[in-house]
Design a protein around this ligand. Structure first.
Ligand code: UT7
Length: 325
């Protein structure tokens, strides 16, 4: 099996900023409540003509440039998203079309907030087995299109954005271990019930607001702390490493309190957890991808560092990955 590493990263955040003060004018909430309960101050929103693939293409171009790979030479494109351009074709196919990546095999992965880690692991398998020589993995979300802007329990949380990574064989370091998990018994805690074959879109489904994210946040909170802690430990065990070996954790950004609780349980200083939720909120699959890109570009992670990706979301699904950067 070939060693696989990340050889380029990219990100794209739309320009429009929605602050907590803006939200105070939309629902019964306050900057103080949102800041203390979640850590979020602002989030980004797309302009009306931007879909998930548009965000994804911008992040992908940056990642490909850094990797020194031309679009025409990309073998595989996987987009992790729960807010695709359309039910089908896949958002990955739209990305292929815009990039001109005519030789790539393209598909989407649906694993909610763990989507980027799931997609990384899928791509890693293909490269490790020598099926493909490179892969473009993207987490891209336009969560504003599936957010109920009248529901204060959820609308304060989400934002739009995309992050990308290029995977290729490496001679040393790279992905040291991976761990994925799922529990469909807990699918009721976080879902978008409308628009699929269970509840096709009708006037009635729209009146019931089934086309928006439904979340039981408080129950998820406790599970997130436990599952993200366990996932980190399992990925480290598989890499033959311990918590003290970690230089930086790049987690899915759902809530600052979840992440600080996880750090405490792992015995890690809070400074080792990379946080950007204050700027962008929760962007589902894009959160981990963008955090990874920003951590790399701002030198929070340097060559040779041990980096842990750790994500959790609706499904339930979770995934962790240890990388020697
Ligand atoms: O992305 C991956 C999966 N997602 C997660 O892991 C999210 C996990 N959950 C969370 O981050 C938190 O549960 C939330 C931030 C969503 C909510 O925080 P919480 O501390 O769990 O609050 P809560 O849902 O228990 O609500 C506490 C109170 C309630 O009022 P009462 O019943 O105590 O009077 C809510 O109605 O806060 C109220 N509340 C709000 N108040 C002001 C809920 N949303 C708001 C709001 N502004 N936006």
């Amino acid at each position: 099996m070939r060693k696989v590493g990340i050889v380029g990263v990219g990100e794209y955040l739309p320009d429009k900023i929605l602050s907590n003060l803006d939200l105070e004018k939309m629902v019964d909430t306050s900057d103080e409540w949102i800041t203390t309960r979640t850590g979020i101050k602002t989030r980004r929103l797309v302009s009306p003509n931007q879909a998930a693939s548009d965000l994804a293409v911008n992040a992908a171009r940056q990642a490909l440039r850094e990797a020194g790979i031309l679009a025409a030479d990309v073998d595989l494109i996987i987009v992790a998203t729960i807010s695709p351009d359309m039910q089908f074709p896949s958002t990955a196919c739209f990305v292929q079309r815009t990039l001109g990546a005519r030789n790539a095999v393209c598909f989407d992965v649906s694993a909610a907030c763990a989507g980027f880690v799931y997609a990384l692991v899928v791509a890693q398998q293909f490269i490790a087995c020598s099926t493909y020589k490179n892969a473009l993995v993207i987490g891209s979300e336009v969560l504003s299109s599936i957010t109920d802007w009248q529901d204060r329990n959820t609308c304060i949380l989400f934002g739009d954005g995309a992050g990308a990574a290029v995977l290729a064989p490496v001679t040393s370091g790279g992905i040291l271990s991976t761990y994925l998990g799922s529990d469909g018994l807990l699918s009721d805690l976080l879902m978008l019930p409308g628009g699929g074959s269970r509840n096709p879109t009708t006037h009635q489904s729209i009146d019931k607001r089934l086309h928006y994210i439904k979340m039981r946040g408080n129950e998820l909170f406790k599970l997130a702390v436990k599952i993200m802690t366990d996932a980190a430990q399992e990925a480290l065990r598989r890499a033959g490493l311990e918590c003290k070996d970690i230089d930086c954790v790049i987690p899915h950004q759902a809530n600052t309190r979840i992440l600080l609780n996880m750090a405490k349980r792992l015995g890690l200083p809070a400074e080792k957890i990379y946080l950007n939720i204050d700027k962008y909120g929760n962007m589902s699959s894009a959160s981990t991808a963008i955090a990874l890109c920003e951590a790399a570009k701002s030198n929070h992670i340097k060559r040779g560092n041990i980096v842990l990706l750790d994500a959790f979301g609706g499904g339930l699904v979770w995934g962790a990955c240890v990388i020697k950067w």
